[in-house]
Design a protein around this ligand. Structure first.
Ligand code: ATP
Ligand code: MG
Length: 430
């Protein structure tokens, strides 16, 4: 368990271990030979055999079994064979007693009994040698994968102790800047997270709220965003159509405490953001539509986070729909500016398949080296891993999705193995 102590000694981060989940048997199962690759080596260590309940270690031969509801499960090959091969009959074994029948009731239809085995009867069918050869071929690839999966599957819990003794946990993997952002949030500074699309900015803001045990609110900024989306408005929602004040997530977090995220703040109308200037710097905010309480006061537990794809200097080649932010707005976030980028460790945890991960990283390297106006985000990597590991996609299918809409010369620069600036040995394999 590692602990990080913050400037305030009452805050600390700890990573306690998680208890293992108990085994849940899933029976009955039958052999599934509906797909050609019904036998292979396990690529994971975490799974348990649904027949015997023992862990399936990486590299062990496994066979697919299907359940009556159609969901396939993987079991040890021996377990699968024992489940499908007819049980050897012994001369002493008593014959199963027939069900008592009544004269009126028709005898229940019984399935055909298996032919009694004789010494000459063939042994239970073993897996196809071709499949076993394929297993051997895959064996070399599973070591790295297992280590990565084990690292990713390891429970990662961050525990934040509050001054009042309460603790809050953040589960899952965090971006490398998480600790820095959390420290700023504990200091109640306004935080600005500039970074490329899909690197985990919005996710991190939610994890900060989780770590502090505060509510989370957000707004996706756009040029059409109005002041009332931040400051509330009067709407006829009372009895007999009376106008009542409709508050906003921003106001709730500001007055009652919470982490509020201005997502894609660089897409907002710079002028609209000026209405929250005093809220962010001076601790109070004018709420003109709320006649009963026209001034809102900043709660001690209000944390403001802004995420952007640019530094607030206006559109660039990649993020063309962005506005230049007012310098006074940017100044309020200066001390809490934490630039983010794609985090290799986080991505490895979200895409724990070494071959796929390396392929993606090499593509990204080539994108950068060739100054292409393209990105390969953490989001894409996580989705690619999900499609390959859970939905049987090939890596070529992932490539097709990545390169959809790219020009041919762009694709060639990224996938060509012989270019000095291309990814080594990662040509597309179809
Ligand atoms: N620490 C993490 N743990 C698990 N998943 C994560 C983590 N960080 C990011 N992700 C996943 O990656 C995807 C992209 O993250 P997120 O939406 O936070 O990126 P972003 O930087 O806000 O992107 P954009 O700039 O496009 O808004 C999300 O779907 C999220 O689920
Ligand atoms: Mg986002």
């Amino acid at each position: 368990m590692s602990t990080v102590t913050y400037p305030s000694p009452s805050f600390s981060l700890a990573r306690p271990a998680r208890p293992a989940r108990p085994f849940q048997p899933c029976l009955p199962l039958v052999a599934d030979d509906s797909r050609p690759a019904a036998v292979m080596r396990s690529r994971f260590t975490s799974a348990r055999c649904p027949v015997c309940g023992a862990p399936i270690y990486r590299g062990e031969a496994i066979a697919r079994l299907s359940t009556p509801i159609g969901r396939a499960r993987w079991a040890h090959v021996q377990c699968a064979v024992s489940r499908t091969a007819p049980a050897p009959s012994t001369p002493d074994a008593p014959a199963p007693a027939p069900a008592p029948s009544t004269p009126d009731a028709p005898a229940p239809a019984l399935p055909d009994a298996p032919a009694p085995s004789t010494p000459d009867a063939p042994a239970p069918a073993l897996p196809d040698p071709q499949l076993l050869a394929r297993i051997d071929a895959l064996e070399g690839q599973v070591g790295e994968l297992t280590a990565a999966v084990a690292a990713a599957a390891a429970p990662r819990v961050i525990e934040v102790r509050q001054p009042d003794g309460t603790t809050h946990e953040v589960t899952g993997t965090v971006h490398e800047v998480f600790d820095r952002v959390l420290a700023l949030a504990i200091a109640r500074k306004n935080i600005f997270l500039p970074g490329p699309a899909g690197c985990g900015k919005s996710h991190l803001a939610q994890q900060v709220a989780e770590a502090l045990g505060l509510r989370f609110g957000s707004i996706s900024c756009s040029a059409g965003m109005s002041e009332s989306q931040l400051l509330g408005r009067m709407v006829p929602m009372g009895a007999q159509g009376q106008f009542e004040f409709l508050t906003t997530q921003f106001l709730e977090c500001y007055e009652d405490g919470g982490v509020f995220l201005f997502d894609e703040i660089d897409a907002a109308d710079a002028n609209v953001l000026l209405v929250v200037n005093s809220a962010l710097a001076n601790g109070h905010l004018s709420v003109p539509s709320r006649h009963a309480a026209p001034v809102a006061h900043r709660h001690a537990d209000f944390v403001c986070i802004a995420a952007a794809n640019t530094w607030g200097n206006g559109a660039d080649r990649q993020y063309v729909g962005r506005n230049q932010l007012d310098e006074s707005t940017l100044d309020r976030f200066r001390i809490g500016c934490v630039p983010m980028d794609y985090n290799r460790k986080l991505e490895k945890a979200l895409c724990p398949m070494p071959e796929l991960f390396d392929r993606m990283i090499n593509y990204r390297r080539a994108i950068i080296a060739n100054r292409l106006n393209r990105i390969l985000s953490t989001r894409f990597m996580r989705d690619a891993f999900e499609m390959v590991s859970q939905w049987g996609w090939t890596q070529a299918q992932v490539d097709d999705q990545l390169f959809a809409g790219w020009r041919e010369d762009e694709v060639a620069k990224v996938v060509s193995p012989d270019r000095p600036d291309g990814p080594n040995g990662n040509g597309r394999k179809h």
